[in-house]
Design a binder for this molecule. Structure first.
Ligand code: FES
Length: 168
């Protein structure tokens, strides 16, 4: 039986990788010649324009006490509605219930009681929200329904985002 070619005989991993690294390094462009590229920013705020006669109304009260009333469609959530209308609602986690920057305070217990109960994930995030109240919800978790027509929510004066240090 013939012996395997020398190139297939394993030496040490670093010895095998060294030529590859060298080749890769030689292909690197100097900093001044590297292309600069960006990825288009993904914003939320994808809302469906309401059909005539099917509008639901929601009012946001901003941090300055100013009211902003919008006609929206059933199924749109409060985070998307706020962002589509350039209101100051960050939504740092992209609506995945992993932050509290979409915290809203529901004005009036009527509407609050008509909302489905918050899931455990939402409650966990709400516990960390700045200025938590009895009628606090996360905007990304509240979808507009016929029952919520006329809803009024207040944006808290501050929001608190989570950082790695919060879990230490
Ligand atoms: S956007 Fe992060 S929890 Fe709503």
């Amino acid at each position: 039986m013939n012996a395997p070619p020398k190139s297939l005989i394993s030496t040490s991993a670093s010895a095998q990788c060294a030529p590859i690294f060298k080749a890769l390094q030689s292909r690197q462009l100097p900093l001044s010649r590297r292309a600069f590229s960006t990825t288009s920013q993904q914003r939320h705020g994808h809302v469906t324009p309401p059909k005539a006669g099917e509008e639901l109304w929601v009012t946001f009260i901003d941090k300055d006490g100013e009211e902003h009333k919008f006609a929206v469609s059933a199924g749109d959530n409060l985070l998307d509605i706020a962002q589509a209308n350039d209101l100051e609602m960050e939504g740092a986690c992209g609506g995945s219930c992993a932050c509290s920057t979409c915290h809203v305070i529901v004005e009036g217990e009527d509407h609050y009681d008509k909302m489905p109960e918050p899931e455990d994930d939402e409650n966990d995030m709400l516990d960390l929200a700045f200025g938590l109240t009895e009628t606090s919800r996360l905007g990304c978790q509240v979808k507009m329904t016929k029952e919520l027509d006329g809803l009024v929510v207040r944006l808290p004066s501050m929001t608190r985002n989570l950082q790695a240090s919060d879990f230490q």
